[in-house]
Design a binder for this molecule. Structure first.
Ligand code: FAD
Length: 419
């Protein structure tokens, strides 16, 4: 067994949270090393949305130009019932008056931007691929991490360890061996990305239908991918069903399992079944979260992103809250003399804030507007949306989500938000 004596922060996981944390640590001058279980980073997954508070962090890390080169600046959210009737439209990002745009981006593109920036700034050796953390042992002055590498087991010693290792976090298991497991929300999602002509102006995020009879989220994530103006369109179809599978971001699903509820969704703005049928790989994922933890930190080890606060992927906050965690943690580590105190300071800024988002995603995410319309109309077409759910009530619901998730316009304009 080899032992490498390496001080600083050991970042476990080179996903969205781990890579952003590494960039933040590099910016504030705290030494670090990232380890990643995967032997190489593949563009698995489909789209994620970066809300204005997370976009602010990425812009402050100097990634604005790179994002503008590959992502879509999302200009509006549109809500429809399953008959294609317009329920609500809200401007997003810069179009809503935020200083920072909202982006829709392929998760692999975002990971690539972060990795390229980190390699350019801190060197390609700052991320060690093919290195899986399997255990941690704390002592008075640091942490010894047991890892599996391509050439066998090894130990890495660091001042602190941060588990950015996602929903199956090994660090979380070490810190909370008896914690409860995933909580199934009652529905499963199928996801895909398809080459398709722009719809609704080419920068809209559509939420349509409701879970009992089928719900979709559809938005473009890459522009003009073929030189003929076609975009890569991300779609997510959700339906209530008993749990079918465990959570794996890579599980392939079948169009036959999901097409039926959407087979007549042929609207004048989009042929939804056509889009779904034209998709190469479809991924299936159960909508699960976990009960918020009562603590993230133990001595010199803590959690960040999905490892700390796995949430139902609804409301565009999974990646965003991980990005916000990184700012708080890097600042705390840069300012404190005692690393263990820095971790507690970070946790005090972020744990309750993110627990509220986990619970809000369960109860009242932005698409709760569609639940209200579904219930009030008995899943039938309406004559006037104002008679079903007045605009002021719709806006109140959306604003309460923004406030909990930390991106209300007023907060961000005052320089706050994000916690
Ligand atoms: C392959 C993949 C595809 C995804 N696709 C989507 C998607 O399509 N839509 C969506 O909304 N969200 C997706 N997500 C989740 C999304 O990235 C996260 O919700 C969010 O970005 C928070 O990021 P995170 O850094 O906390 O976790 P993640 O982005 O999940 O990153 C965790 C990283 O830790 C690594 N890791 C895990 N265990 C260990 C270990 N023991 N030692 C070392 N490294 C370890 C993983 O390989 C991964 O790279 C996906 C995640 C993954 C890993």
């Amino acid at each position: 067994m080899s032992v490498s004596w390496d001080r600083g922060v050991l970042v476990v996981g080179a996903g969205i949270g781990g890579l952003t944390l590494a960039l933040q640590l590099h910016r504030v001058g705290v030494p670090f090393r990232v380890i990643e279980a995967a032997p190489w980073l593949e563009a698995i997954g489909v789209g994620v949305n970066i809300l204005p508070h997370a976009s602010r962090e990425l812009h402050e890390l100097g990634l604005g130009d790179a994002l503008d080169r590959v992502a879509i600046r999302t200009r509006e959210a549109r809500y429809y019932n399953r008959f294609g009737q317009a329920v609500h439209t809200e401007p997003l990002g810069a179009a809503a008056g935020y200083r920072w745009p909202q982006y829709s981006i392929h998760r692999g593109d975002l990971q690539g931007i972060l990795l390229d920036a980190l390699s350019a700034r801190a060197g390609t050796g700052s991320v060690q691929l093919g290195t899986r953390l399997v255990g941690i042992e704390q002592h008075e002055r640091g942490v010894r991490a047991a890892v599996e590498t391509r050439s066998g087991p090894a130990t890495i010693t660091a001042d602190v360890v941060v588990g950015c290792d996602g929903v199956h976090s090994a660090v979380r298991r070490e810190l909370h061996p008896g914690a409860s497991g995933p909580v199934y929300s009652g529905c499963t999602m199928w996801r895909g990305a398809t080459l398709w002509p722009p719809f609704l102006g080419g920068a809209a995020l559509v939420r349509a239908g409701w879970l009992a009879s089928g719900k979709m989220v559809i938005y473009p994530i890459r522009d003009d991918v073929d030189g003929q103006g076609n975009q890569l369109i991300n779609w997510v179809a959700e339906i209530e069903t008993p749990q079918r599978s465990d959570r794996s971001w890579n599980r392939e699903g079948s169009i036959d399992d999901i097409i039926e509820p959407f087979s007549d969704w042929n609207f004048d703005w989009l042929d939804v079944p056509g889009l779904m049928r034209a998709t190469g790989t479809i991924l299936e994922y159960p909508m699960v979260d976990q009960e918020p933890l009562e603590r993230w930190t133990s001595g010199r080890a803590t959690l960040l992103g999905d490892a700390a606060h796995p949430m139902v992927p609804r409301g565009s906050n999974g990646a965003g809250q991980a990005i916000l965690d990184t700012r708080a943690l890097a600042r705390a580590l840069a300012e404190a003399d005692d690393p263990a105190e820095a971790l507690l300071d970070y946790e005090s800024q972020r744990r309750e804030a993110t627990s509220r988002v986990v619970l809000q995603n369960r109860r009242n995410p932005p698409d709760a507007i569609l639940r209200e319309v579904y219930e009030r109309t008995g899943d039938r077409p309406f004559s006037h949306i104002e008679d079903v759910m007045p605009a002021a009530e719709r806006e109140r619901l959306l604003e309460s989500y923004r406030a909990v998730a930390g991106y209300s316009l007023d907060d961000l304009a005052r320089g706050g938000g994000g916690t």
